[in-house]
Design a protein around this ligand. Structure first.
Ligand code: OXT
Ligand code: ADP
Ligand code: MG
Length: 578
């Protein structure tokens, strides 16, 4: 109970009135709504708020940079379906957190960025307050909703709106602006209690229309070469059993997007992850479940989709997503749990299996690709190449299927996605829709905190650098996080040369850096691993002990390729081409 008791003899000479203030009301409102963890960085005007929240039993995790705290909050939202809370100071702290808020919105993760701010009247007249900025206006275009609370009695309703906006419909980021004076505003405690709102049914089920379900089933029934694509929206929905039933009863091959890997195991007989090009090209009906036809799916058209005419069925909670690139012949609008259940009900007892020539062709291609890759994963080369190192990590994840894998980089990301099979839902967390570097340590911290499971973060050396200082945070909270840095001396490769002078090339780093020593500096375990065998031993030891560990995995600097698997997106100089 956080309300303060005070005597205010001047206002109520005959009685003692119980009072509360902005600080306590925000804490009470968060707790009332089950929001028990805050990721942030303290400072003016929220330092005392952090202290008081911690004293009131909220877990307040203090980071070294707001962007990492924000990424932590965003992935907490994805994992829990409750908005992840990020708390920052004004102007620069707010801006540091804003990248993560925009990332949450883009990836459809529920998150609330709460920032202290300057007083509205000073901001509006540009009177030059400490860190003065019109944060609300800056945040608006980058999030789903933005609210400012000016009066203590509006804190309850303000937070309720923020929660509902973050989790209902398509989830996303919400900004909540709290001017400094609000924290100290005093009001009657009983009135304050009454002003709080416990949000009822924050993300109501959204049932699809029966016609849309029937239309989808009709299209699916007519398919000769059907495909189901599972996206991270399907993972977020936590409708795992229903989705599995739909896939298995339909007998249709499925392709998981990166963060949907493991929703059904990658080793499932219907998984077409290792036959990606084939299924995209040759399918005739594609059912998208919680996946957008954005750049990661070549917008549903062009070379990678082949010459076969396609029909798309799309299940999504956002009606505006339909027809965003190509015609959706069967839009099914609703929450994935309700939509998939309705489809299952409509399928009835007997559902025709897809033609055997299709499922056999998919399985054959998949098995060929898997067989082609297998020997590369067994190599014990020194220096390590990506496949030798990843082969070891693939086995470790197979043996520890409940561990959470965080992954970022270019080659380190793209090759790990293919090599490391996932076995359970929501265990692979990565760069997402924007391909953003810097999610690593924030995600690792939130994954450990929210799930209590061991975390393995597989990081390119460049990718790690974006959030590397948070290894101190990992040590401070003694989290079971094992970071493996694929150290190839640079971005993509460590061998680039500057043709115009003595400075290093733009993509190379200090040669043979020892990132493991960063972890040792804060009391964690550091290991330098030069062979797959050494890597295996070190990761297993870290996962067994649960001690914060950083393994510097020395990778051949010539092994990677420019931009990993998306080198085609690099513009070419017109002059060079001539
Ligand atoms: O079917 P085919 O034959 O085609 O084969 C496919 C699958 O069927 C097969 N496969 C398998 N085979 C066998 N067995 C198994 N189990 C198996 N599974 C699959 O493998 C192939 C490939 O499969 P995949 O990957 O599914 O398919 P594909 O075609 O690659 O998919 C296309 C995509 C687009 C869906 C996929 O590639 C994808 O999801 N890509 C995401 C890429 C991405 O987001 N990249 C990150 C951004 S890159 C760049 O921007 C970087 N920056 C700039 C920067 C960024 N990003 N952010 C910020 C804030 N600032 C700057 C930087 C700085 S990367 C980067 C750092 C890089 O350096 P690091 O040191 O960190 O990393 P290194 O490169 O390691 O040095
Ligand atoms: P991926 O990158 O894995 O392809 P995207 O982020 O592109 O996935 O797509 C996720 C989609 O899932 C978004 O269009 C979003 O609206 C949708 N979505 C998120 N949660 C739900 C839900 N509970 N029910 C239905 N659709 C959802
Ligand atoms: Mg690298």
């Amino acid at each position: 109970m956080s309300a303060v008791v005070q005597s205010i003899s001047s206002a109520a000479p005959d009685a003692e009135r119980e009072l509360t203030d902005g600080f306590n009301l925000i804490i009470d409102a968060l707790k009332l709504n089950g929001l028990d963890t805050i990721y942030g960085v303290p400072g003016i005007p929220i330092t005392d708020f952090g202290r008081m929240a911690q004293a009131a039993g909220i877990r307040v995790l203090s980071f070294r940079h707001e962007q990492n705290a924000g990424y932590a909050a965003s992935i907490a939202g994805f994992l829990t379906k409750k908005p992840g809370i990020c708390l920052t100071v004004s102007a620069p702290g707010f801006l540091n957190g804003l990248t993560a808020l925009a990332h949450a919105t883009t990836n459809c993760f529920p998150m609330i960025l709460i920032s202290g701010s300057s007083e509205r009247e000073i901001v509006d007249l540009q009177q030059g307050d400490y860190e003065e900025m019109d944060q609300l206006a800056v945040a608006k275009p980058l999030c789903k909703a933005a609210f400012r609370v000016l009066h203590a009695q509006d804190i309850g309703i303000g937070l309720a709106r923020a929660i509902r906006a973050a989790v209902s419909g398509r989830p996303g980021g919400v900004y909540l602006d709290l001017p400094a004076k609000l924290f100290g505003q005093v009001m009657d405690a009983e009135e304050g209690r009454k002003s709080l709102v416990k949000v009822i049914d924050a993300a109501p089920a959204q049932l699809p229309s029966p016609e849309s379900v029937q239309r989808a089933l009709d299209v699916l029934k007519g398919a000769k070469r059907p495909l189901i694509i599972l996206g991270k929206g399907a993972a977020y929905a936590q409708a795992d059993d229903a989705i599995r039933q739909l896939v298995e009863r339909s007998g249709i091959p499925f392709l998981p997007m990166s963060m949907a890997k493991g929703l059904l195991p990658d080793l499932h007989p219907q998984c077409a992850g290792a036959a990606r090009s084939t299924v995209l090209k040759d399918s005739d009906v594609v059912m998208l479940i919680g996946a957008r036809l954005n750049w990661l799916l070549s917008h549903g058209k062009g070379k990678s989709w082949g010459d076969q005419p396609k029909k798309f069925i799309q299940i999504d909670i956002e009606p505006k997503e339909m027809d965003s690139n190509v015609e959706i012949v069967a839009p099914v609008v609703g929450d994935i749990g309700s939509c998939v259940s309705a489809l299952l009900a409509g399928m009835g007892g007997a559902w025709p299996v897809p033609p055997a020539d299709w499922t056999t062709a998919v399985a054959k291609k998949r098995d060929e690709n898997v067989a082609k890759m297998a020997p590369r994963l067994m190599n014990n080369n020194v220096p390590m190449d990506y496949h030798g190192a990843l082969g070891v990590l693939r086995t470790i994840i197979k043996e520890r299927p409940d561990a959470i894998l965080i992954n970022e980089g270019a080659n380190t990301l793209d090759l790990a996605r293919g090599v490391i099979d996932m076995h359970q839902p929501r265990k692979r967390l990565d760069v997402g829709t924007w391909g953003v570097m810097g999610i690593g340590m924030g995600y690792a911290i939130a994954a450990a905190v929210e799930t209590g499971k061991p975390v393995l973060a597989v990081e390119g050396d460049s990718a790690f650098g974006f959030s590397g200082m948070e290894v101190e945070t990992i040590c401070r909270y003694n989290l079971p996080v094992c970071v493996v840095i694929f150290n190839n001396n640079g971005i993509y490769r460590g061998t680039d040369v500057n043709t115009g002078g003595d400075d290093p090339a733009t993509t190379v780093f200090v040669k043979d850096a020892r990132y493991d020593r960063m972890m040792e500096a804060f009391g964690g375990v550091g290991v330098n691993a030069v062979s797959p065998d050494e890597l295996k031993r070190a990761v297993n030891a870290a996962m067994d002990s649960g001690k914060p560990t950083l393994i510097n995995a020395v990778i051949d600097p010539t092994a990677g390729s420019e931009s990993g698997r998306i080198g085609n997106l690099n513009p070419q100089s017109a002059l060079k081409k001539k």
